[in-house]
Design a protein around this ligand. Structure first.
Ligand code: COA
Length: 148
């Protein structure tokens, strides 16, 4: 059985990230970023206590909400865990993030070929006829202050 809580250690976080080949974060980044999550859910195997999934969201508390770090351990995928986490997140949006009559923009950067998973929750792909593509860059600081 999977139980959900809101706590994760640096080791657990980086382990989940390594499973999907994402950059590792430093202790400083972890301490700074995780407590600023507007929403976080961590799935644990109740038999082992091991963190097997997570999802979180960051935002400005008003209009924008960005869904990040959606990870399900490969051994636990396709068992409905991702669906439970995004459902929890969308419940949070509906009940706690905005007030009656307001609109919020919930965004995410889908991993390749995971778009159908998110479309089930109402997300649409970009670019489309009306909107351009989402854009990103990865920047690694080698020497502080030095522009690469
Ligand atoms: C994408 C991911 C979070 C899905 O989690 P999951 O627990 O395996 O998904 P679920 O079992 O909850 O699936 C929910 C629904 O989405 C569907 N689904 C899941 N992955 C899918 C995929 N890659 N393509 C199409 N549909 C998918 C399931 O069939 C299920 O459909 P149903 O509700 O009609 O039965 C998980 O595969 C994952 O962590 N992948 C690696 C990391 C990653 O890519 N994260 C996303 C970054 S944005």
């Amino acid at each position: 059985m999977i139980t959900f809580d809101k706590t994760i250690s640096l080791e657990e976080y980086n382990h989940l990230r390594s499973l999907v080949d994402w950059y590792q974060v430093s202790e400083r980044q972890f301490i700074t970023s995780i407590p600023k999550s507007i929403f976080i859910t961590v799935g644990r195997d109740s038999e082992t206590g091991k963190a097997v999934s997570m999802a979180r969201a960051v935002g400005d508390g008003g209009y924008h909400l960005l869904v990040v770090d959606v990870i399900v351990h490969p051994d636990y995928q396709r068992q409905g865990i991702g669906k439970q986490m995004i459902s929890q997140l969308m419940d949070f949006v509906h009940t706690s993030y905005i007030e009656e009559g307001e609109t919020t923009m919930v965004s995410l950067l889908s991993a390749k070929d995971k778009e159908p998973f998110y479309e089930k929750f109402g997300f649409f792909r970009r670019p489309n006829d009306e909107r351009g593509a989402g854009m990103s860059q990865f920047y690694t600081q080698t020497v502080k202050g030095e522009i690469q």
